[in-house]
Write a protein of this length. Structure first.
Length: 263
């Protein structure tokens, strides 16, 4: 629809008026306006380049600013100075090996890790007599799978035992959805030297899936029926399964280690 025009005649039949001149900006004003516009455009381009074209919201995939967990310091102290190589904790030449099959969702595994493993690390691993070969299996559901992938990714940066420990300390009810990306990111951020973004990316990498399948195959070969399953023996040998009476059954495992050391 065309816009309305004002009548060119006065009321009462007056003669036509000369059309009023249109308003125009002076050249000086136009130049100033052009400069301002150019500056605004330049600022917008710079802002897009800096933010990557985001709407100003924080990138949800980044772990740079996630909260850390309060237990990070005590976990670092427990494992400080102990060599790690992938899924093995301890001096590579240690004469005895403890192989553990565990599920991160298993409450018994959590209890053993807190009530027995810490003592074993202090007495045998730190002194170079024992190394721990941790084989994670995922039999309890999606949280187990998600956590295993993250911890195996951390193993590629030789931080497996720190991440597993922190996830145990924050373990929730089985298959309740407790093992979230946010928890993994916070746990990773609590471990000096561990790249949390890289862990979240790598947990679904093909080599991680292959390693998980190999651990499952090892569990079948070792006739694993429950978690945790603890096998102790001289390094390079098959070893014997240790029967645990409770998660706090440190004594049975220590006896098996002492027997292997003395044989």
């Amino acid at each position: 629809m065309a816009s309305r025009k004002q009548s060119n005649r006065e009321r009462g039949g007056a003669a036509e008026r000369e059309p009023a001149p249109k308003r125009q900006a002076s050249p000086r004003v136009l130049i100033a306006a052009g400069v301002v516009l150019a500056l605004l455009v330049a600022g917008l381009v710079l802002a897009v380049a800096v933010t990557g074209g985001s709407s100003g919201e924080e990138d949800a995939s980044s772990t740079a600013n996630v909260a850390t967990l309060p237990q990070g310091g005590e976990v670092a102290k427990l494992l400080a100075g102990i060599p790690q190589n992938g899924n093995v904790l301890g001096r590579p030449s240690a004469p005895v090996t403890l192989r553990e099959y565990a599920d991160l969702q298993c409450p018994y595994c959590r209890g053993f890790d807190i009530e027995s493993m810490e003592q074993l690390i202090g007495r045998y691993v730190r002194t170079g007599q024992l190394k721990i070969d941790l084989r994670l299996i995922a039999t309890l559901g999606p949280d187990s799978q998600r956590g295993r992938g993250a911890v195996l990714a951390a193993a590629k940066q030789d931080k497996m035992f720190q991440l597993a420990k922190l996830l145990y300390l924050h373990q929730g009810a089985e298959n309740s959805g407790w093992l979230t990306d946010d928890l993994i990111a916070s746990a990773a951020a609590s471990i000096p030297g561990l790249d949390g973004d890289w862990v979240l990316e790598q947990r679904v990498a093909p080599d991680i899936a292959t390693q998980a399948q190999e651990m499952d195959a090892d569990a079948t070969a070792d006739a694993v029926q429950v978690t945790p399953t603890i096998i102790v023996g001289k390094s390079g040998e098959r070893g014997q399964q240790v029967e645990l009476s409770s998660p706090a059954d440190y004594r049975s495992v220590a006896d098996a280690i002492d027997n292997a050391l003395s044989s």
